[in-house]
Ligand binder design. Structure first.
Ligand SMILES: [Zn+2]
Length: 188
């Protein structure tokens, strides 16, 4: 592919990967799902496709609570004095408060199968409401994950990875409290 530049080089590279039938992750020798007839993924193997479904990236893992902790502390102390005075922060807080309020009732995990992503998202929000997670925590987590990805030189800077990391971090807050179930939920 010598002599090709920019977009043409990229197309040639993608073409090569697709026809070689090997996973595009460096060091992975597995066949792509497309090549092995196990799925439609043309560039990645099953292992890396499943990794992306879990973590939001084909190769980067989920940040631990300990890694996130200092960023969360910084984000919280940034937000606290600005919750009333900064109109953007204020707008974000009231939008999240409304989402939580309108999320409807919670549902037990076994009934989630087959539900639309939109419904599942509402149930996830309802669980956070029932677990007593405040809008301030949502905004703090978004800021903390964004800053952590920004500062981590080995991070995966895609929207999907950021979104999944935010969601996983929020989910940890809701699921860490299951021992105190059932909660009193005024919307059930
Ligand atoms: Zn692979």
């Amino acid at each position: 592919m010598r002599g090709l530049t920019g977009e043409r080089w990229l197309k040639a590279r993608i073409f090569k990967i697709a026809f070689a039938g090997r996973c595009a992750i460096p060091g992975c020798r597995n066949s792509t799902m497309g090549a092995s007839g196990t799925g439609l993924a043309a560039f990645h193997c099953r292992k890396h496709v499943e990794h992306k479904a879990r973590h939001g990236s084909h190769w980067h893992g989920t940040y631990s609570a300990a890694e996130l902790k200092p960023y969360l502390a910084a984000a919280s102390s940034y937000l606290r004095p600005r919750a009333e005075s900064d109109r953007f922060i204020k707008a974000a807080l009231s939008a999240i408060a409304l989402l939580l309020e309108e999320a409807g009732p919670t549902e037990i995990a076994t009934r989630l199968r087959g539900m639309s992503p939109r419904r599942r998202a509402r149930i996830a929000l309802a669980r956070l409401r029932v677990a007593g997670i405040k809008p301030e925590r949502f905004v703090a987590i978004v800021l903390a994950i964004t800053a952590l990805i920004e500062e981590d030189p080995g991070s995966h800077r895609t929207k999907e990875f950021r979104t999944v990391q935010i969601a996983k971090s929020l989910h940890r807050l809701a699921s860490g409290t299951h021992k105190r179930w059932p909660f009193v939920d005024h919307q059930v």
